[in-house]
Every structure is written in C-alpha cells, then in structure tokens.
Design a protein around this ligand. Structure first.
Ligand SMILES: NC(=O)C1=CN([C@@H]2O[C@H](COP(=O)(O)OP(=O)(O)OC[C@H]3O[C@@H](n4cnc5c(N)ncnc54)[C@H](O)[C@@H]3O)[C@@H](O)[C@H]2O)C=CC1
Ligand SMILES: O=C(O)[C@@H]1CCC=N1
Length: 268
C-alpha cells in the first residue's frame, strides 16, 4: 500500500490506523493533528505512525486521508490548495460535505468520499465509498484496499451515502445506546451494574455472532427465541406496541436530514 497521510487524529483516524496495523499493513503512515499532540506521540508508539505536518504530508504521501470534523474541513481544503497534485488521491471520511465542495476547492484532484464506522478499530467497519468525477480504477483500488483491510466495503452513488450513513456510519451509536438501556433495565430489575453489564454485552456479542455465522435471517433468529405465549413474546409486544419501527425509522431519517442540512451549509 502507498504512503498515507492522515489529517486529523481523532476517533475515526485512530480506528482506521489501528485496523491497518492490525492486519499487518506496514506502509508509511504520517499523521497531523491540530489539538492533543500527546495523542500523536502515543499513536507513534502504538501504531508506528510518523507525527507530521500538513505540508510534509502533502509532500510525502500518495494518499491523503481527511479525518477532521466537517466544520474544520474548508480550512484544510484551503491549506491543501497550493501543493496538492493530481497524482495524489484524496480520501475524505467527513459526513455532510458533498464531493462538489472538494472538487470546487481542489480542481483536478481525484477524491473518494467514504463513510466508514468506528468498528474499523476491530476490523469490522462497514464502509460506503463514492467516487468523485476524476477518479480512475486505480484510485478506486487504492481506496478499497484501505477499507477492505478494516472491514467490508460497498461502492454506492452519492445520493445513497446519507441513507447508508444513517444505518452503518452512525449505527454503532444506536447499538451502544440500546446496550446502555438494556444494562439500565437490568439494574432497575435489581441486578448489580457489573452483572447487568456483563449480561447485556455478552448477549449482544452472541446475537451479533449468530447474525454473522448462522446463515439465518434476523427475523428467523428472533422467532427461534420467541416461544408461543412465552416471556420473549411479552417483551417484544411492548416494543411493537410502542412502535419501535417508527422510532428507528424516525431516528435514521433525522440522521439523514442533519447530513443534508450540513451539506447545504458546507457546499462552499
Ligand atoms: N466518529 C465516527 O463514528 C465517524 C466519523 N466520521 C467522520 O470522521 C471525521 C472525524 O470524526 P472524529 O474522528 O469522530 O472527530 P474527532 O474530533 O475525534 O477528530 C478530529 C481531529 O481532527 C483534528 N483537526 C481539526 N482540524 C485540523 C487541522 N486543520 N489539521 C489537523 N488536524 C485537525 C482535531 O484536533 C481532532 O483531533 C468527521 O468528519 C466525521 O464526520 C465518519 C464516520 C464515522
Ligand atoms: O456523528 C457524526 O456526524 C459522524 C458521522 C457518522 C458517525 N459519526
């Protein structure tokens, strides 16, 4: 894999870098971070990254991966305008910034817009990828190589990226919230916090593995837990009566609406 430079060393950058090193990718990885230089030093020790500056990253990386918050992106694009070359590939993980913003600010530079998730950390990301207008097959292969190393990938069109984000990009947070509420339910029923946490987490791990390995659909797996007139049915009936489907659909829609709002804000 070519030399990669990360601009931004937050949660998402660390998850990807950790994943790349975990699968044995030994390419040069340069990283710059505006805040928290201690974190950069720690990452140098843990993942053999080279703490760097934006200027050096532009000089020495074939792939530049933008991992700053959307509000900081326009500033970074301005900083990149002078020295970036069309032989370099730009990959952005930012939510809510359309491809045209990158292409207007950096004409002629190939850009791939991606939406991974933080499970890159454990090589289980689900990453959506969208190709920009000057992206060739070799650029697609370069982007795919990074994200296939840290999980599964799916090429889609840009109009589907916000729907994808509302499922797999933000989705881990929904699962963590559900886990938190399950732990709290256990505590409310009299279990200790420690026991409730172990029960909820192990249940989530087991169910995830069943989804992955059993070859059965989620509906079929649910039915196998649910005895007629039994305890599970009593619990599921509460989810249905309170319209869990409506809650989840509305949450995914809110996620997409916010992304669209950001896209209007950041299209400059
Ligand atoms: N956290 C997540 O689950 C996901 C995040 N994303 C996207 O990833 C991007 C980063 O998100 P997080 O890692 O969660 O944010 P974060 O806040 O943890 O990290 C961003 C980092 O960028 C640094 N930074 C800001 N401006 C900079 C500059 N000019 N030069 C160098 N470093 C700079 C900050 O100091 C910070 O450490 C966002 O655009 C977000 O939309 C995408 C998918 C999932
Ligand atoms: O919350 C956010 O905006 C980012 C995008 C997907 C996950 N986290």
């Amino acid at each position: 894999m070519q030399a990669i430079g990360f601009i931004g060393a937050g949660n998402m950058a660390e998850a990807i870098i950790r994943g790349l090193r975990a699968v044995g990718i030994s390419s040069e990885i340069r990283v710059t971070n505006r805040s928290n230089q201690e974190k950069l030093q720690k990452m140098a020790e843990q993942y053999m990254i080279i703490p760097s500056t934006l200027e050096k990253i532009v000089k020495e990386s074939e792939i530049i991966l933008l991992a700053v918050k959307p509000k900081d992106m326009l500033g970074v694009l301005k900083d990149l305008q002078k020295d970036l070359k069309s032989s370099q590939l730009l990959i952005t993980v930012a939510a809510g910034i359309p491809l045209k913003t990158y292409e207007m600010n950096l004409p002629g530079i190939p850009v791939v817009r991606v939406m991974p998730n933080t499970s890159s950390y454990v090589l289980k990301s689900m990453t959506g990828l969208v190709q920009g207008s000057v992206v060739h097959e070799n650029h697609k292969r370069m982007a795919e190589e990074i994200f296939q190393a840290v999980g599964k990938t799916l090429w889609i069109t840009e109009d589907k990226l916000n729907p994808l984000m509302s499922i797999s990009g933000s989705g881990p947070a929904y699962i963590y919230l559900f886990t938190e509420t399950l732990i709290q339910a256990g505590v409310s029923s009299g279990l200790s916090e420690v026991d409730a946490e172990m029960l909820a987490k192990e249940t989530l791990f087991g169910a995830s593995q069943m989804l992955q390995e059993s070859g059965k659909s989620p509906a079929r797996l649910r039915e196998e837990v649910t005895s007629p007139k039994g305890t599970t049915l009593a619990a599921l009936t509460v989810f249905w009566e309170k319209d869990l489907q409506d809650i989840v659909t509305s949450a995914a829609k809110a996620c997409q609406d916010r992304a669209e709002e950001m896209e209007r804000e950041y299209q400059g």
